[in-house]
Design a protein around this ligand. Structure first.
Ligand SMILES: [Zn+2]
Ligand SMILES: [Zn+2]
Length: 376
């Protein structure tokens, strides 16, 4: 008979072979359901298209543990025996590791169900990579009243057996902006008849960088990156319009407000200066994951007790993680746990070390038990 960890590895490989990208996780959800049902674990009747929520325990108090389940639209290049069988889809963010770990957690909690003084809702969440899945779960109200919501991400930059987290921001607020400029097109030889959007674009590109260098305080952090610039079709025409699009990453609500306000002012100023329309569409996509202080203290202790090399996360990472949506309903805690890969997350050769599966389920079981001692 396979040991528990071997079983988790086998499930992880199965998920790895059959990745499904955001919103299409039908088979993945079916398989998770099957494994949970084989272990007599209750699955809640929640209207989610993909993903599901299981429940273990009894009583009024409840806490939640979360795994994401979606893959990425990437062509895998690992040459692993269990590489993706779906061309153009790959578990390159290690959500297969997350699923196996949290299935393991659910099974271990089920074995201890009689001793649990409350309920644990185990979230298998779809569509993390498009930042929509966590919101969808929150909107079902199934987490209303939760005392805490906990989760993790595998971190290829850390050795297996390493745990890292900090109080406050673990990941960044992530926003997307688009600026559309409407001037007046003209013959390239008669600029006096037009309003050239490309002059405005070029000024905008450099002025936007002054938000970080001149408006954000030197001891604060922000990233403003323009990812695309478009204007014009040919060499001898002044086009009538242009656009830029990019992303803003910040680590406090104040800096987030500041960047958006400054960007708006720059657009208004350039519109006035050149007599064009400069319209900003600023979308706040995802908040930064903001770890609760008391949960961080407890998680630290639990990680030590589980045998991790426990380290303080030195700074937030400027990445997206939609786990942040859960902090709308309860205090949250999110840790980075080492998976030691040569290649980074989202790389076509990403290959986490499966030895990460040895400890993660026990970390979450210990965390749940210690949480119940606190919140009962
Ligand atoms: Zn990812
Ligand atoms: Zn991920």
């Amino acid at each position: 008979m396979a040991t528990f960890t071997e079983q988790l590895k086998a499930w992880r490989r199965e998920f790895h072979r059959t990745p499904e990208v955001a919103h299409t996780e039908i088979e993945t959800t079916r398989r998770i359901r099957e494994i949970l049902e084989e272990h007599d674990i209750t699955i809640l009747d929640i209207p989610l298209k993909t993903g599901l929520i299981a429940e273990i325990g009894q009583g009024d108090t409840f806490i939640a543990v979360r795994s994401d389940i979606d893959a990425l639209p990437i062509i895998e290049q690992t040459n692993l025996a269990y590489a993706s069988e779906k061309h153009g889809a790959m578990h390159a963010c290690g959500h297969d590791i997350h699923m196996a770990s949290i299935l393991g957690t659910a099974i271990l909690l089920k074995e201890r169900e009689q001793q649990l003084p409350g309920r644990v809702r185990v979230i298998f969440q779809a569509a993390e990579e498009v930042s929509q899945g966590a919101d969808a779960v929150v909107k079902t109200n199934v987490l209303q009243g939760a005392k805490a919501i906990i989760g993790f991400h595998n971190d290829p930059t850390l050795p297996v057996g390493t745990w890292r987290a900090k109080t406050g921001y673990m990941t960044a607020n992530v926003d997307r902006f688009k600026i559309e400029i409407n001037g007046v097109g003209a013959h390239a030889a008669m600029p006096q008849d037009g309003v050239d959007p490309q002059i405005i674009l070029s000024q905008l590109i450099s002025s936007i960088q002054t938000i970080v260098s001149r408006n954000v305080a030197p001891y604060e952090e922000a990233v403003v990156t323009i990812g695309q610039v478009h204007s014009g079709e040919t060499w001898n025409v002044i086009p009538s319009s242009g656009m830029i699009e990019g992303t803003v990453r910040t680590l406090t609500p104040e800096v987030r407000d500041l960047v958006e306000t400054r960007m708006q002012k720059l657009c208004e100023g350039l519109a006035l200066q050149f007599g064009a329309s400069v319209a900003l569409d600023y979308q706040r996509l995802t908040d930064g994951v903001n770890n609760d202080e008391a949960l961080q203290t407890l998680a630290w202790q639990v990680a030590e007790e589980t045998g991790y090399d426990v380290q303080l996360q030195p700074r937030a990472q400027m990445i997206v993680e939609d786990f942040a949506s859960y902090q709308q309903v309860a205090p949250v805690h999110f840790a980075m746990i080492g998976s030691d890969s040569k290649y980074p997350l989202h790389h076509p050769q990403y290959a986490p070390d499966e030895a990460i599966l040895d400890k993660v389920p026990y970390y979450f079981v210990n965390f749940v038990e210690r949480l119940f001692e606190r919140v009962r």
